[in-house]
Design a binder for this molecule. Sequence first.
Ligand SMILES: Nc1ncnc2c1ncn2[C@@H]1O[C@H](COP(=O)(O)OP(=O)(O)OP(=O)(O)O)[C@@H](O)[C@H]1O
Length: 236
Amino acid sequence: MYVLRNVVKTYPRGAAKVRALRGIDLTIPDGDRLVIQGPTGGGKSTLLQLLGGLDRASKGSVELDGTDLGKLSEAKLTRVRAESIGFVFQSFNLIPTLTAQENVETALVPLGVGTAERRTRAGEALESVGLAERAAHLPAELSGGQQQRVAIARALVKRPKVLLADEPTGNLDEAMRDEVMGELERQWKELGLTFVMVTHDTALARRATRLATLKAGEVRVTEQAGAGAGEGATTS
Ligand SMILES: Nc1ncnc2c1ncn2[C@@H]1O[C@H](COP(=O)(O)OP(=O)(O)OP(=O)(O)O)[C@@H](O)[C@H]1O
């Protein structure tokens, strides 16, 4: 479970400061599926980076299961990221010279998993996203939707408890968007992940059970009755 208390994030801009987050209080229970939306520059990516331990708050605390991520040493924070948090980005971030299989295996290297087990687990992860037969393909030989599914396999192969996605369908056409969202939702349900997703897509936001709207660095959370993962991937 995440507990954020009065989280402020400022960035230097010349002599001035940009206040990207202005005192966020937010609790994200285990197994939650939270969608973050809001206008450009509202602080969505900044919040996701703090949840992922990719950056630290300027003030306040970001606790994951009782540990204040901002107080960990760089080495410990890296360990938490490697073990517990899977990331999926808009731009896939696959290594172009590695095959799908090798890309997925890279997530297990920092955890000290041996070669044979890496191979097996990466194969299983690719199978779970329906890409077993594409394991030997390079990213350039895959469609956008398939590349994002490789990225999902890479995020999940380490069996994290948290999955963070920043505009995971932003680079995809509508059909592929549905394919990728369907995959993310299936994995969220099957693995009991805590799933936090930033999206500009209002159709996706409407289907979230909990919606966090970030505007000018402030958050408002709404529960949406009737929304949920069971509805399938509608595109209207
Ligand atoms: N590394 C940085 N250095 C300086 N300012 C930054 C940095 N990252 C973000 N900002 C600023 O912080 C504010 C929030 O940015 P953030 O990227 O979190 O917003 P966002 O809601 O994700 O926007 P978008 O929808 O455009 O991705 C913006 O004013 C942005 O310019």
